[in-house]
Structures are given as structure tokens and as C-alpha cells.
Design a binder for this molecule. Structure first.
Ligand SMILES: NC(=O)c1ccc[n+]([C@@H]2O[C@H](COP(=O)([O-])OP(=O)(O)OC[C@H]3O[C@@H](n4cnc5c(N)ncnc54)[C@H](O)[C@@H]3O)[C@@H](O)[C@H]2O)c1
Length: 324
């Protein structure tokens, strides 16, 4: 089978491509390599895929998913064997959505529609899996967040576009019988991760001796989920199309106070942080915690990496990559 992976040069996408290649699939990767964060990190991830043991089964296309014509041509050229799509390309980040709202319109709304139109016209498509986000739960959902909980009060434009993406997928699945699944990821971290996320910024600040900005005095909880657990869950879901449109949580089901998270990071780095307290950021939520009953029941999702194991692995990669 051929799997189309969008956001292939991104953090989660590059791991998904590697895992698919590892098990012998032909992978068509798409990414526009935008400069939201350091493009060299995206090129590094791509180079690892292209130069890896299965590099000749990986075809990469430098394209924008909102470019309807280019994406239609690409899908058309692979249509006979294209059976699965993992759609991860998006403008991520809660805070950036306050600064550059239109980036979210293009990638997360127009891009989502282009992907759904491709699905509508692919004759052999068996499963369309796309990334949603824990941010759809906003600030008023009781923890752990159940997939059935109301998600009509997003705290940021990013969250609103992710919720809109789910609704668009639902309507297309209903209208054109597309087996489609949205995965609500919860704070994914790991080696070669995203430089805009707190764990990355904290590590950088601690090693450089600059202040760590601790929002809301660290009184926030995040359900940090290690990348290997996300990859295992995403592939298990991809392999288990259940018909219609479904949404699942992929989170660790073990939220961690930011202060404890920082303590584990300090011990992994062998260095203390210089703390600078800061107010809660607009658009942020106080707590995330995934109820994973449905994802465990339906495709055996079983996260197994506590931050005590995952953070040292991230730190080892960071020190090696930045030679610090
Ligand atoms: N990392 C997390 O904690 C997390 C949590 C919840 C949801 N998500 C979602 O998971 C997905 C992957 O996230 P990630 O952390 O790997 O982010 P990422 O930014 O590392 O990866 C996204 C990739 O998509 C590409 N991209 C963006 N817009 C594009 C466009 N219009 N056309 C083509 N390529 C485009 C970017 O260049 C990037 O390489 C996203 O949909 C994100 O919203 C991530």
C-alpha cells in the first residue's frame, strides 16, 4: 500500500513516516517546509528519512496542502495504490494564532478541505486519519477529557480551526462514505521535537543560563505524551478503520504539574533553572488530561512512557544535536 503523509518534515510526521517505512510501506510525504520554526530541523528530519535504510521507498514532495491543483495532481498520480492518508500538516501553536491568524485559515481550514476533496476522489482509499488536538476541549471540560465532552468553547483560534477540521471531516465522511478518524493529540514531546513548545524552550534556557518563563507560577497540568506512544497509537488506529467518522484521544492519561515537569527536566540536565514568573498566556488552558478508554478499547492504545523516561531521551538528543 501507499500511505500519503502530510507534514512529513514535521515532528510527528517524520516519526510516522519512519515507522511506516520500517514496516515496508511506500510513503509519499508532503510538506511546505515553512519557517514557523527553524527550517534546518525540518531538513534534518527529512534527511534522516531519505538517507535511512528504507529511503528509496520514500517520495517527498515540497508542496503546500492548500494548493489544490498541485495536491490533486499528486493524489492522481498515486491514486491506484494510495489506500491510506495520515494528515498532520497544520499551522500548530496556540500563541502564534493570536499573531498570525491567517496562517491557520490557509493550512488548517483550506488545507483540510483540500485533503477531504482528495479523499472524496480517491477510488481505493481505506482510511483517512488526521490530527486534531486536545486544545478543542477548552477550559471548562472536567478532567479526564472524554471524547464525548462538549467542545464548542475553544480558547484560541488554533483550537477553533482544529474543531472546525473535525466538523469538516465529519460532513465529508457522512456525504461520501469516507472512513475518517480524527486523533486529538495531547502535548507530544520527544527527540527532534518542536522548538516552540515549553519543554524545548525550557531546555534551551536552562542550558544557556537564561530565565525560564514559568506561566501561572507553574500551576498548570499537561498530559505529556511521548512520541513513541503517539506513533504506536496512530498506526494502530490507521490499521483499524471502523467506518464513518470517529474521534479519539491520544494522550498519556497522566497529567503532570509544570513544576514537577521542570524538576525532572532539571535533573535530566543536571542543572537548575533560573525561574521568571509570568502571567497565564492568553489562549492557554489550565489542565489537559486524556480519557483514553475508547482508543484503548478500539485499537489497543497503551501509552507506556512516563516523563522520567521520555525527558532524558529528549535531553540526550538535544545535547547531541546542538552540541551543548
Ligand atoms: N505536537 C503536539 O503536541 C501536538 C498536539 C496536538 C495536535 N498536534 C497536531 O499534530 C500535527 C503535527 O504536529 P507537529 O507537532 O508535528 O507540528 P510540526 O509543526 O512539527 O509539523 C507540521 C508540519 O506541517 C508542515 N505544514 C504546515 N502547514 C503546511 C501546509 N499548508 N502545507 C504543507 N505543509 C505544511 C510544516 O512545515 C511542518 O513540518 C498538527 O496537525 C498539529 O496541529 C500536535
Amino acid at each position: 500500500m501507499t500511505v500519503l503523509v502530510t507534514g512529513a518534515a514535521g515532528f510527528i510526521g517524520s516519526y510516522i513516516c519512519a515507522a511506516l517505512l520500517e514496516r515496508g510501506e511506500h510513503v509519499v510525504g508532503v510538506d511546505n517546509l515553512n519557517a514557523y520554526y527553524d527550517v534546518r530541523l525540518k531538513q534534518y528530519r527529512l534527511a534522516k528519512l531519505e538517507n535511512g535504510a528504507h529511503g528509496n521507498a520514500f517520495d517527498f514532495y515540497h508542496l503546500d496542502i492548500s494548493d489544490r491543483e498541485a495536491m490533486t495532481n499528486l493524489a492522481h498520480s498515486h491514486a491506484p495504490t494510495l489506500t491510506h492518508i495520515v494528515h498532520l500538516a497544520a499551522q500548530a501553536g496556540v500563541r502564534y494564532s493570536l499573531e498570525q491568524p491567517f496562517a491557520y485559515l490557509e493550512s488548517n481550514l483550506a488545507g483540510q478541505l483540500v485533503m477531504l476533496e482528495l479523499c472524496r476522489n480517491l477510488p481505493n482509499l481505506r482510511h483517512f486519519v488526521y490530527a486534531s488536538s486536545s486544545s478543542v476541549y477548552g477550559n471548562n471540560t472536567p478532567a479526564p477529557f472524554a471524547v464525548e465532552a462538549r467542545t464548542d468553547a475553544p480558547a484560541s483560534l488554533y483550537a477553533a480551526t482544529k474543531k472546525a477540521g473535525e466538523l469538516m471531516a465529519h460532513s465529508y465522511s457522512h456525504l461520501y462514505s469516507i472512513p475518517a478518524t480524527g486523533l486529538r493529540f495531547f502535548t507530544v514531546y520527544g527527540a527532534a521535537g518542536r522548538p516552540d513548545m515549553a519543554y524545548f524552550l525550557f531546555t534551551q534556557a536552562i542550558l544557556e543560563g537564561t530565565p525560564v518563563r514559568l506561566f501561572n507560577r507553574g500551576e498548570m497540568k499537561r498530559d505529556f505524551t511521548y512520541i513513541d506512544d503517539i506513533v504506536a497509537g496512530t498506526l494502530a488506529c490507521l490499521d483499524t478503520p471502523r467506518g464513518g467518522h470517529r474521534v479519539y484521544n491520544l494522550g498519556n492519561n497522566n497529567p503532570v504539574e509544570l513544576q514537577r515537569f521542570l524538576a525532572v527536566l532539571e535533573s535530566s540536565l543536571g542543572k537548575k533553572a533560573r525561574i521568571e514568573e509570568a502571567d497565564m498566556q492568553p489562549g492557554d488552558v489550565y489542565e489537559t488530561c486524556a480519557d483514553i478508554t475508547a482508543s484503548t478499547r478500539d485499537f489497543g492504545f497503551a501509552p507506556r512512557t512516563p516523563i522520567e523516561d521520555g525527558l532524558p531521551r529528549f535531553v540526550a538528543w538535544y545535547r547531541d544535536y546542538y552540541r551543548i
